[in-house]
Design a binder for this molecule. Structure first.
Ligand SMILES: O=C(CO)[C@H](O)[C@H](O)COP(=O)(O)O
Ligand SMILES: [Fe+2]
Length: 233
C-alpha cells in the first residue's frame, strides 16, 4: 500500500488460485496492493458464478485490506446487507442492474459502505452523470463483465477522458485487461483506480507489476482524484 500515491492498484482476486484465496490475497497485499477487488457474479447478470458473502466473510478474517466488491448481480439491493456484514468496504453496482440507482445508493450508504457505479462497455458515460454527485467512484469496464483474462478495450478510453475532464477529483476505476501493455492508455485518459487480475497474478513478480502500473499513473495521470480507501468498520 502506498500512502503518498494518488493512484491505487487493486488486484482482482478472480485471477488468483482460488484453492488458496487467503494466501493469494496476503501475497498481493505484501506486494503493494492498495486494495482487493472482489468480483461477485451471480450467473444471471453475467454468465458466470464466483462467490458471495460467505467467501468474502471468510477472507475478511485474514486481512484488513479494503474490499472493493464489484457486484455483477441482478437485484443488487438484495445483496447490500450481506456484503456489509461480510466485511465489504465498497459496493460497486452496475447501472444496468437496477431501475432505481438513487434508492440503491441510499441503501448502500445507510449500510455504511462506499458506493461505486459501474458501466458496461455498451453503456455511455453520459448515463452516470446524474449519479456522480451521489457516488464515490465510477467504474468504466474495459471488458464485457463476466470473465477474467480478456483483452483490454482501448475504445473505452474516451469515456474515461470525458469523465476526467468533467470531474477532476472523481475516482475513476478501470477493470479488465489492465497490465504493463495497456496501463499507459488508462493512465493518460485519467483513471486513478486500476484493477488488474491476470497481469498481477501471472507476473513472475507481482510487486514489479504493481509498481510498473503505479509509476505509469503517477507519470501520465492528469487528475486530482485520490481515493480514500480507509476502512470504516
Ligand atoms: O470484473 C471483472 C470481469 O468481469 C474482473 O475484475 C476483470 O476481468 C479483471 O481481470 P483481468 O485483469 O484478468 O482482466
Ligand atoms: Fe471486476
Amino acid at each position: 500500500m502506498c500512502h503518498s500515491c494518488v493512484c491505487k492498484i487493486g488486484p482482482s482476486m478472480l485471477a488468483s488460485d482460488l484453492s488458496c484465496l487467503k494466501d493469494e490475497a496476503l501475497k498481493v497485499v505484501a506486494a503493494g496492493a492498495d486494495y482487493l477487488h472482489l468480483d461477485v457474479m451471480d450467473g444471471h447478470f453475467v454468465p458466470n458464478i464466483t462467490w458471495g458473502a460467505p467467501v468474502i466473510k471468510s477472507l475478511r478474517q485474514h486481512t484488513t485490506a479494503f474490499f472493493d466488491c464489484h457486484m455483477m448481480v441482478s437485484e443488487p439491493e438484495k445483496w447490500v446487507d450481506d456484503i456489509k456484514d461480510a466485511g465489504g468496504d465498497q459496493f460497486t453496482f452496475h447501472l444496468e442492474s437496477t431501475s432505481n440507482p438513487e434508492a440503491l445508493i441510499a441503501q448502500i450508504r445507510a449500510a455504511g459502505m462506499k458506493v461505486g457505479v459501474a458501466i458496461k462497455p455498451g453503456t455511455p458515460a453520459e448515463s452516470v452523470l446524474p449519479l456522480v454527485p451521489l457516488v464515490d467512484m465510477v467504474l468504466v469496464m474495459t471488458v464485457e463483465p463476466g470473465f477474467g483474462g480478456q483483452s483490454f478495450m482501448a475504445d473505452m478510453m474516451p469515456k474515461v477522458t470525458f469523465l476526467r475532464e468533467k470531474f477532476p477529483a472523481l475516482d475513476i476505476e478501470v477493470d479488465g485487461g489492465l497490465g504493463p501493455a495497456t496501463i499507459d492508455a488508462a493512465a493518460k485518459a485519467g483513471a486513478n483506480m486500476i484493477v488488474a487480475g491476470s497481469s498481477v497474478f501471472r507476473a513472475a513478480n507481482p510487486a514489479d507489476a504493481i509498481l510498473l502500473m503505479r509509476h505509469s499513473v503517477e507519470r501520465l495521470g492528469n487528475g486530482k482524484a485520490d481515493a480514500d480507501l480507509t476502512r470504516r468498520q
